[in-house]
Design a protein around this ligand. Structure first.
Ligand SMILES: NC(=O)C1=CN([C@@H]2O[C@H](COP(=O)(O)OP(=O)(O)OC[C@H]3O[C@@H](n4cnc5c(N)ncnc54)[C@H](OP(=O)(O)O)[C@@H]3O)[C@@H](O)[C@H]2O)C=CC1
Ligand SMILES: N[C@@H](CC=O)C(=O)O
Ligand code: NA
Length: 373
């Protein structure tokens, strides 16, 4: 039996998702180490947050049980993504970077990591929904694209751990014709409207529900990125590109923002959160208008692949509609394709939260490990 192959793991970003990922990684590494026939074993060699970094100069594994205290205690100056790529490129075995940030800067350096043979798994949407040039650069070098570099997987960038990206890729790669994709693509928006405007009436104040969504770990680091519709627009940009459209950016199609005009100039997310309650009346008005028609309002998105038409915003739904009946942070995504005809392939379940998002990331890591064997 050949000796198991060591694979080095570098984790950038240890917030809500990053912490859950490290806990899943620890269990995965322990399961692999107890199985002598397993072809790989995992060694953590770098972990970082925005203002802290810990790495192993000698590539000896860092502890997967004390990483948090070790990172807190670290006096090592933070490195920019280029310097991290430089350090990782000299590692004696294959490396997988796990980007659990929402950083544009880290995302824009993916082609450099990939060119150096370093693989990437990530829930970060920024690279795949940034410029179309960046999208092309990434898949021109990636080994699971047209190149010979590292592998890149980003299942959790749409629908958290739900198998949305892998399903769409399989529909496309097996030759189905994807005609329309539609649904609820935001865990935060789903939670907000399900709890602020539930079927049957009642519900809390909109601003208080936003605070709850943030505390539950559903929102982006700055909740304005959810409320301005851009997080959903990023997800639709990613899906549209996989479906074959050359969608240029998340702002190249109509996106409805829920940020009150007067709060567009807020300097920080904290200032925004403090003032949002002053505008609860606007949302109550929206709720009443829909209720008077026997409907509820939900935040949805759609891609008409045939017409190259993408849009994001509020729509009213009959209370009997499956979108009206969603619970918690659930996403629902319907793929209308030639094969599936009038009855779409539907994926539904939690679309935000640390553990379910980390599951998609850990699942992607397992896919990379199989390819690296
Ligand atoms: N939360 C969810 O339900 C979902 C999240 N995602 C995506 O997952 C990613 C992480 O989300 P989440 O964990 O909720 O966000 P958090 O804000 O909780 O965590 C982000 C982490 O990234 C770190 N960070 C930010 N910039 C840098 C940088 N340049 N270098 C190193 N570290 C950095 C932060 O550092 P510090 O600790 O110092 O602030 C923090 O540890 C995002 O891209 C998000 O869109 C995707 C699907 C669902
Ligand atoms: N903020 C996002 C997190 C997942 O992508 C959401 O609420 O859906
Ligand atoms: Na997903």
């Amino acid at each position: 039996m050949p000796a198991p192959r060591q694979v080095f793991i570098a984790v950038i970003g240890v917030g809500g998702v990053g912490k859950c990922f490290l806990s899943q990684l620890s269990k995965l590494a322990s399961r692999q180490s107890q199985d002598p026939s397993h072809p790989t074993y995992l060694s953590l060699i770098l972990v970082s947050r925005s203002n802290k970094l810990l790495f192993s100069e000698s590539y000896r594994p860092l502890s997967l049980s004390t990483w948090e205290a070790d990172l807190d205690a670290s006096k090592t100056p933070v490195l920019d993504p280029l310097a991290i790529a430089e350090y990782l490129s000299t590692a004696p075995e294959k490396v997988v970077v796990v980007d659990n940030t929402s950083s544009q800067d880290v995302a824009e350096n993916y082609p450099i990591f990939l060119k150096k043979g370093i693989s990437i798994v990530t829930p970060n949407k920024k690279a795949f929904s940034g410029t179309y040039d960046l999208w092309q650069d990434i898949f021109a070098v990636a080994n699971n694209g047209q190149g010979t570099g590292g592998y890149v997987f980003h299942e959790s960038s749409v629908g958290a751990g739900l198998p949305v990206i892998s399903t769409l890729r399989e529909l496309v790669e097996t030759g189905d014709e994807v005609r329309r994709i539609e649904g609820v693509f935001s865990g935060t928006m789903s939670f907000l409207f399900n709890s602020f405007m539930p079927v049957g009436g009642g519900g809390g104040k909109f601003s208080e529900e936003v605070k709850k969504a943030k505390d539950l770990g559903y929102t982006e680091p700055d909740p304005r990125d959810d409320l301005n519709g851009l997080d959903v627009a990023r997800k639709l940009t990613i899906l549209a590109r996989i479906a074959g459209l050359e969608t240029q950016s998340p702002t190249s199609f109509p996106v409805q923002s829920l940020i009150p005009k007067e709060l567009e100039s807020c300097k920080s997310g904290d200032e925004f959160m403090q003032k949002l309650g002053q505008y609860d009346g606007d949302m109550e008005k929206l709720k009443k208008e829909a209720a008077d028609e026997g409907k509820v309002v939900r935040f949805v998105g759609s891609i008409d692949v045939q017409k190259n038409d993408v849009k994001v915003g509020l729509e009213k739904f009959d209370v009997s509609h499956p979108i009206a009946a969603l619970k918690g942070s659930d996403n629902i995504i319907s793929f209308y394709t030639k094969r599936y005809g009038d009855n779409p392939l539907i994926i539904q379940g939690a679309g935000a939260g640390g553990d379910v998002t980390a599951m998609g990331v850990t699942g992607d890591l397992i896919k990379v490990l199989r390819l690296l064997r």
